[in-house]
Design a binder for this molecule. Structure first.
Ligand code: IPD
Ligand code: CA
Ligand code: CA
Length: 281
């Protein structure tokens, strides 16, 4: 049986990028409007996993814009979950406020992250940090930009010269696979390992060369889908820790400027969990 030819995308990736940008800028304005004025900061489940009224308002704004343009697409949003036509090839992964802990403490390092996955593959990514007015955008085959100027990953090619970033998932008190050992080990081998508190900005910073590599576990697709497109389009590499193809549902990602990919993968694979004992909380 002959395969049916795929229909051309309507709109094009540029068109999707424009709508995602409109949605991210609109969310950013909402995040700025709630800044320092939060009435509700609640824990969602695990200690430290916060949600505020700004998360909800920004998410609603993004979804309204996307649904207006693409009523048949699927949506996967952090606070409201999945909606839309499950047989659609198009899925929007939305983190309305990536870096809620930072935001709740008025530490200005948070962003809205919006990605379009087509047939399960991230192809469009927009990350907007309203506190630095930085708009990161990328689409498959079209390159990556910061405030509409092309960006590229760094050329650092030794771990000893590198600046890396990572994060710690909200289940870190419950599992020895909490990334503490990896953090210590790589802090020792590099010029430093940052913990930004916003996975999407971490990836955007790898894409624009401020950071040379990023790894983390315990993530959700909305945290990383947009950043994946950015890193790939800026000349970087994205995979599982062992360099096999990334599985978004694994929650684990290794993203680098390409030059450091193998070296960082080798280090990550040899680290044994640090079995730290904690006082009862
Ligand atoms: C979190 C941030 C953080 C990462 C956590 C994420 P949130 O997202 O991206 O950097 O370490 O694993 O859950 O909860 O602020 O949207
Ligand atoms: Ca997030
Ligand atoms: Ca979030």
């Amino acid at each position: 049986m002959k395969n049916e030819p795929l229909q051309p995308l309507n709109p094009s990736l540029e068109g999707f990028l424009e709508i995602a940008t409109e949605a991210a800028l609109s969310a950013g304005a909402i995040l700025q409007s709630y800044w320092g004025n939060l009435e509700s900061v609640q824990e969602k489940g695990r200690p430290g996993d916060l949600v505020t009224e700004a998360d909800a308002a920004a998410e609603a704004a993004v979804i309204t814009i996307l649904k207006r343009h693409f009523p048949d697409h699927q949506i996967l949003a952090e606070e409201s979950g999945h909606q839309g036509n499950a047989i659609s090839r198009f899925l929007w992964a939305i983190d309305p406020l990536d870096g809620t802990t930072n935001y709740a403490h008025q530490y200005p390092f948070s962003a809205t992250s919006i990605a379009l996955l087509i047939d399960g593959v991230p192809q469009v990514g927009v990350i907007f940090d309203p506190f630095h007015q930085e708009l990161f955008r990328a689409a498959k085959g079209l390159g990556a930009t910061l405030n509409r100027k092309p960006i590229q990953v760094s050329k650092t090619n030794t771990l000893a010269q590198s600046l890396l970033v990572t994060g710690f998932a909200y289940d870190r008190r419950e599992t020895p696979d909490n990334n503490y050992a990896e953090f210590c080990h790589l802090t020792h081998l590099t010029q430093g390992v940052r913990r930004g508190g916003s996975a999407s900005i971490d990836l955007a910073y790898v894409a624009c060369g401020r950071l040379d590599g990023y790894w983390e576990r315990g993530l959700s697709p909305w945290d990383i889908a947009a950043g994946i497109v950015l890193v790939q389009e800026a000349g970087g590499q994205v995979s599982a820790y062992d360099q096999s193809p990334l599985d978004l549902s694994s929650g684990r990602i290794l993203a680098t400027n390409t030059y450091l990919h193998e070296a960082l993968s080798i280090e990550l694979l040899q680290i044994k969990p640090l079995m730290m004992k904690f006082p009862a909380s």
